[in-house]
Design a protein around this ligand. Structure first.
Ligand code: ADP
Ligand code: MG
Length: 282
């Protein structure tokens, strides 16, 4: 059964003339990791907001079609119920910090306090999060004193604290240096191993190719391409829909033009290495 299902979903922001999401349908199964890609303003964040119920609850506007989370219509979820199923890390981590807590430690416990997690369990979970997210040196600091990357890690840790089944990460590494980006992807790997269903909006397409098993490419509010990563991200059509292709794929597509070779296009450096070692054929 699909954990997330959208059927003929369209959406218009209040006071706007045009729909920004147009007749989008897709299903995501439990444990899958989806890369949500597309040009700026194509509608990626709007789709995340629809799955988290912020559209239309907070943004209002006009939503058409059906959205189901775990087989249940999204509008029939109670207050707070959806929050414990769908964890959401916002594109801008500054909006995610609660603003009411004075230390990172308390910030991490804040969401759990709200849903009434017992104190002992709360402390236990916070300690674990501090370890996983390397927050030992930051735990007594004020969340607002942190750098962009540190805020992002705290925001992500606070979300994971609630142990949601579905995790939406909207550009989690856009403010981060390569080192912190790697740390975030270590965490994504961990969540993947825990069997979470993940939607990842990310511009670093080489990382998408490595970590995601499925791709949803949005173009002007519509589905441009959809399918398994190996299918979608080796197809030059991605570029015409405003998406990007991994470096390795671009290289092999160029090579094919010159040599006329056929066969599977590799997605990652490891796959390319295997092919090149065999003399270019696969
Ligand atoms: N709160 C809003 N009110 C009106 N229009 C919006 C709002 N947020 C986003 N949009 C518009 O919706 C479209 C899709 O935006 P968005 O979902 O943020 O795209 P992406 O995340 O792919 O950059 C854009 O044209 C954007 O300008
Ligand atoms: Mg966005």
């Amino acid at each position: 059964m699909a954990v997330i299902s959208l059927k003929n979903v369209s959406y218009r922001y209040p006071l706007e003339e045009n729909q920004v999401i147009k007749n989008v349908s897709f299903e995501i199964e439990k444990g899958q990791v989806w890369g949500l890609i597309g040009a700026n303003e194509s509608g990626k964040t709007s789709i995340c907001n629809i799955i988290r119920g912020f559209i239309p609850e907070i943004y209002r506007g006009e939503l058409e079609g059906e959205v189901e989370i775990k087989g249940k219509k999204i509008e029939s979820y109670g207050d707070g119920e959806l929050a414990s199923v769908v964890g959401y890390s916002f594109q801008n981590p500054f909006t995610q910090i609660s603003g009411v807590k004075e230390t990172v430690y308390e910030e991490l416990a804040y969401g759990m306090e709200n849903i009434g997690v017992p104190r002992d369990e709360m402390i236990d979970r916070v300690e674990k999060l501090i370890q996983i997210f390397h927050l030992e040196k930051l735990k007594d600091k004020n969340p607002f004193q942190l750098s962009g990357g540190q805020k992002q890690r705290v925001a992500l840790a606070s979300m994971i604290a609630l142990d949601p089944e579905i995790v939406i990460l909207d550009e989690p590494t856009s403010q981060l240096d390569p080192q912190s980006t790697e740390e975030i992807f270590e965490i994504i790997q961990l969540l993947k191993e825990q069997g979470k269903t993940i939607i990842l909006v990310e511009h670093k397409i080489d990382l998408i190719a490595e970590y995601c098993d499925h791709i949803l490419l949005i173009s002007g509010g519509e589905i441009g391409m959809i399918g398994e990563t190996e299918e979608v991200l080796t197809d030059p059509k991605v570029l015409t829909y405003g998406g990007q292709l991994p470096q390795v794929v671009l290289y092999f597509l160029e090579r094919r033009k010159k040599t006329g070779e056929k066969g599977k296009i590799p997605l990652t450096v490891e796959q390319a290495y295997k092919i090149l070692k065999k003399g270019g054929r696969n």
